[in-house]
Write a protein that binds this ligand. Structure first.
Ligand code: HEC
Length: 101
């Protein structure tokens, strides 16, 4: 199973298949965002000790992701997650999570 397949099946199991008319870019954003929800909770709303990321300010979100990637912000696990994504994907995910309440 490729990472993409896992992401897509996570997205499907999280119910994003019902998003209606969505562009390929939206689907990609939702698929990669679904991988975050395994830790950050459904819709980015945490059920435990990991911080919630729903409703975060987009600029704050993008900065945190860039800082995790560069090492400017220390973390336990986020450097590894941030490392796999481009700045454009940070922007897209930031815009998406900002809409989730
Ligand atoms: C394995 C669990 C895990 C996964 C998967 C994960 N995160 Fe995180 N995330 C954490 C933890 C734990 C922290 C707290 C900082 C740290 O220890 O790295 C965190 C912190 C963050 C923060 C900072 C929140 C704040 O209030 O400053 C953001 C933003 C974030 N994660 C976004 C994401 C995104 C986007 C993804 C998917 C690409 C993702 N995370 C996937 C565990 C995870």
């Amino acid at each position: 199973m490729t990472i993409k397949t896992i992401a897509l099946s996570l997205a499907a199991s999280a119910g994003f298949g019902l998003a209606g008319v969505a562009s390929a870019a939206d689907l990609h954003t939702q698929a990669i965002s679904a991988t975050c929800m395994s830790c950050h909770g459904p819709g980015g709303k945490s059920l435990g000790a990991i911080p919630s990321i729903n409703g975060l300010d987009k600029d704050y979100f993008v900065k945190q992701m860039k800082d995790f990637k560069s090492g400017a912000r220390q973390g336990t696990i986020m450097k590894r997650h941030a490392y796999g994504y481009t700045d454009a994907e940070f922007e897209a995910m930031g815009a998406y999570f900002a809409t989730l309440k």
